[in-house]
Design a protein around this ligand. Structure first.
Ligand SMILES: [Fe+2]
Ligand SMILES: [Fe+2]
Length: 355
């Protein structure tokens, strides 16, 4: 078979032939060459990229034998616990594909700082690893893959959450959508807030609590280990997203109007309502020392944290964290992590504090 080579050379399209002055870099609507990573302006993005790479892991490093035995044992788990695991995987198994598509097909092209793009490329790969991890659990336990991967269509409490998220992804993936005016820049910023603070920063955290609570009772240990790796990654994604949002805000103060903040507040309220309904659906009777009431507190507590992190007035300022062990899991140092063995081998210098 012969391959026809196209020898017609097209001129390389780049934004500017001038050498880059980092002062001119902008997170959005920048005009510096996106192919030149350095000189750095956004060192925080590069630092997060390095930390993420140093935390590399793969799902098949985790031994699932004990989970398989427990799942196959008819009295290994209660019906409520099985329902929780399946509903949880039903949300997460497609959520990370949505997240990856949002980055690759949406967010990436609207960000004009190459060090932020570099982080997004790493993040996209991590989302692929997360989807792989959920598939690995489904396969290991011998679950019905059609049931789990279709849950975001078939289970109302999951579908409602995704239907809330998808319009904010669609805005960015629409090829006709361009930033460069206040209205569209606000649309982009709103989508970034929904993605980092509500999807990764709120919906995901509640899902993690459920499986990590099982792990704390010595059940589904392998799955729990996988979720702990994912939690650490998501915590980084969420914090990167918050830095991105706050820098865009600083560079474009015109976007942060009172009306815009009100809209964001409404989105948080809607998200809390959806997540509360999901908690009721996944744990109708209360389970593992968790019940929908404590979940409500946790949701409000997390929402407050996210709002504070992006400078929005907190809607439930007096809510306390009912699951302090969760913050321990997020902030735990690697060397004291209960399951940490394999990842230590990937460390290549630098500090690896969890965020
Ligand atoms: Fe993820
Ligand atoms: Fe993520």
């Amino acid at each position: 078979m012969s391959i026809k080579l196209n020898n017609k050379k097209k001129p390389l399209k780049i934004n500017s032939f001038e050498r880059i002055n980092k002062i001119n870099k902008q997170i959005i609507n920048g005009h510096t060459d996106v192919n030149q990573l350095v000189p750095f302006k956004y060192n925080w993005a590069w630092d997060r990229y390095l930390s993420s790479c140093a935390n590399h892991w793969m799902p098949q490093e985790i031994n699932m034998q004990r989970d398989i035995e427990l799942w196959k044992n008819p009295i290994g788990l209660t019906e409520e616990e099985r329902r929780l695991v399946k509903r949880n995987l039903g949300f997460f198994s497609t959520a990370d594909s949505l997240a990856a598509n949002n980055i690759v097909l949406g967010t990436y092209r609207h960000i004009t700082a190459p060090e932020c793009r570099q982080y997004l490329l790493r993040q996209a790969f991590e989302e692929a690893i997360h989807t792989h991890a959920y598939q690995y659990i489904v396969e290991s336990l011998g679950l019905d893959e059609l049931e789990i991967f279709n849950a975001y269509h078939e289970i109302k409490s999951i579908r409602d959450k995704d239907e809330f998220l998808i319009p904010f992804i669609d805005v960015l993936t629409d090829l006709k959508f361009k930033t460069g005016n206040t209205k569209n820049d606000q649309k982009l910023l709103k989508s970034l807030i929904v993605f980092a603070c509500i999807m990764e920063g709120l919906f995901f955290y509640v899902g993690f609590v459920q499986i990590l609570a099982l792990g704390r009772q010595n059940k589904m240990i392998g799955s729990s280990e996988l979720y702990q790796y994912i939690l650490r990654d998501e915590s980084m994604h969420c914090n990167f997203g918050i830095d991105l949002i706050n820098t865009i805000k600083m560079e474009n103060p015109n976007l942060w109007t009172t009306e815009f903040c009100k809209e964001i507040e409404q989105l948080f309220l809607k998200a809390i309502e959806l997540e509360y309904y999901y908690a009721e659906d996944t744990m109708p009777k209360g389970i593992l020392g968790l019940n929908v009431k404590t979940f409500k507190s946790y949701l409000r507590f997390i929402a407050n944290c996210r709002m504070k992190q992006i400078g929005i007035k907190q809607i439930f300022p007096y809510e306390r964290n009912p699951f302090p062990w969760m913050s321990e899991m997020i902030h735990i140092k690697k060397e004291s992590n209960f399951f940490e063995t394999r990842v230590m081998e990937y460390q290549s210098g630098g500090t690896l504090d969890w965020e």
